[in-house]
Design a protein around this ligand. Structure first.
Ligand code: ADP
Ligand code: MG
Length: 474
């Protein structure tokens, strides 16, 4: 076995351990793109695609990587995280979980054939012909647990959904999922339905939007067929009603829903409800129904975090086989914060555009394509925001933007912040100087020149500055 071969196997094990430790989302965002380089005199090189990632890995994961790696291989004494620009075009997609994939060291990597581009239609339901109950709405085949990226904001809802899908007996009734638009409620409900059907096709699972429930009930009323309607619902094993806020204010439907709900719960059948608000906040809903809905487990989905958005984008890009540079994914995760549907829409647009014009995706093209979307979030940048963003980006304390420390590790980011302040705000040099711990305007001038000069000689540095500029500017 070659030395590299065994290093790769060790790395595969280390990655597995890291994945368990940090969780799927952080793993996908930060650790999956890493590859193992060479081991030289006790120093192991780990390759990352961007400087931004390098800095992040250094501060957050390098120690752990070293500890785990020395456990696998006592010859590893230190770990150095280095940017391998050749690793970049292959993207996150190239570093999959199979241990062999990790053997692809940047320099020797063979270009992969360009994967055929599949552009998914904007989310519409695909009709799946199977045991789908007549009453039930079709399930989207993409909405599975496997395709759901878990992070802090949705981990409770995900765990609850998994539990309901896996449990032999009803674990809590009802499961009430709530959260804002486009945060994954419907995705989780469909996932539960798929998982249950897969495990036990004989169980009757009905998934319905509250609107459809209402519509069917009204139709049954019209055809004086409410008995059959009731019977149908009351004989299911699992009933899911999505977006239940839509039946608020509709008294007769509420009444029927309440009875159906009670009947099912009494028979120990699983009921799963989603809404945009918690049970107690549902307006126009009868008090007894509201309180009943809160009896089981109430799990909320919080707005996404940057990490989760990055994880979702990575997964989505992987799935459609699109080559999207990590910088572009980072950019999108920073800029599109409203909800996951918009995030997916933005990615789809970028990918579709690149395919149409036959050019690779870049930060510039992404920004052009999303011009209208991004303009919405456009506003005046302040020096404080610049300082904050730059400090975060380089992992230094915000206080060091105005401190007297001259160490390169803080002086350089400070210069970048001054440079961006000059570029992005209307402030004069003396004004900028004052905001950076009362520095002289000549210091700011020097910083601007220095950053300009570095941008000319160091492409990676230039890219960092550009990324920051775009992030701040929108
Ligand atoms: P909601 O029902 O809460 O309005 P959806 O379940 O329809 O939201 O989600 C909107 C889109 O975002 C769907 O395409 C869904 O697949 C996707 N989505 C939401 N959350 C996640 C996640 N955590 N991982 C992967 N995709 C997600
Ligand atoms: Mg929904």
């Amino acid at each position: 076995m070659s030395v590299q071969g065994s290093l790769d196997q060790q790395w595969a094990r280390v990655r597995g351990r890291l994945k368990d430790e940090v969780g799927e989302t952080a793993y996908r965002s930060w650790l999956k793109p890493l590859t193992v380089g060479t081991l030289d005199g006790g120093q192991l090189r780990i390759l990352v695609p961007t400087r931004f990632m390098r800095d992040w890995i250094r501060t957050h994961y390098a120690d752990r990587i070293r500890a785990l790696f020395s456990g696998e291989n006592p010859g590893v004494q230190s770990v150095e995280i280095v940017v391998a620009s050749a690793a970049k075009p292959e993207l996150i997609a190239a570093a999959n979980d199979a241990p062999v994939a990790a053997t692809a060291v940047a320099a020797t990597r063979v270009p992969e054939p360009v994967t055929e581009l599949v552009i998914e239609p904007t989310p519409t339901l695909t009709v799946v012909e199977d045991r789908t109950d007549e009453m039930s709405a079709p399930l989207d085949p993409r909405f599975t647990f496997e395709n759901f990226v878990v992070g802090k904001p949705n981990e409770l809802a995900f765990a609850a959904a998994r539990r309901v899908a896996d449990a032999q007996a009803v674990p809590f009734n009802p499961l009430f999922l709530y959260g804002g638009v486009g945060l994954g409620k419907t995705h989780l409900m469909h996932s539960i339905a798929w998982a249950i059907r897969k495990k036990d096709p004989s169980r009757r699972v009905i998934y319905l939007s509250a609107e459809k429930f209402m519509y069917q009930f009204i139709r049954a009323l019209r055809f004086k067929d409410t008995m059959a309607f009731k019977e149908q619902f009351r004989s299911v094993d699992v009933l899911m009603i999505d977006d239940v806020q839509f039946i608020s204010g509709k008294d007769s439907t509420q009444e029927e829903f309440f009875h159906t709900f009670n009947a099912l719960v009494d028979q120990n059948r699983q009921v799963i409800i989603s809404a945009d608000k918690s049970p107690s906040d549902l307006e126009g809903m009868e008090e007894r129904l509201r309180s009943r809905l809160g009896w089981g487990l109430v799990a909320d989905i919080h707005p996404t975090t940057y990490e989760l958005r990055l994880g979702i984008l990575g997964q989505k890009a992987d799935r459609i086989g699109a080559k999207v540079p990590p910088k572009v994914l980072e950019f999108l995760a920073h800029k599109i914060t409203s909800n996951v549907r918009e995030l997916e829409g933005a990615l789809n647009r970028i990918v579709a555009h690149a395919e149409l014009v036959g050019r690779a995706i870049t930060l510039e093209s992404a920004q052009d394509v999303l011009h209208d979307l991004l303009r919405a979030s456009n506003r005046r940048v302040t020096i404080e925001e610049i300082q904050k963003k730059v400090a975060e980006h380089f992992n230094i304390r915000l206080a060091d933007m105005s401190s007297a420390r001259r160490a390169r590790a803080v002086a350089r980011p400070r210069q970048v912040a001054m440079y961006l302040a000059k570029q992005l705000t209307q402030r004069s040099l003396p004004e900028i100087g004052r905001k950076f711990g009362d520095r002289d305007h000549t210091t700011v001038m020097h910083a601007v020149r220095k950053v300009d000069e570095l941008c000319g000689t160091d492409p990676a540095f230039a890219e960092d500055v550009e990324l920051l500029r775009r992030m701040l500017e929108g």
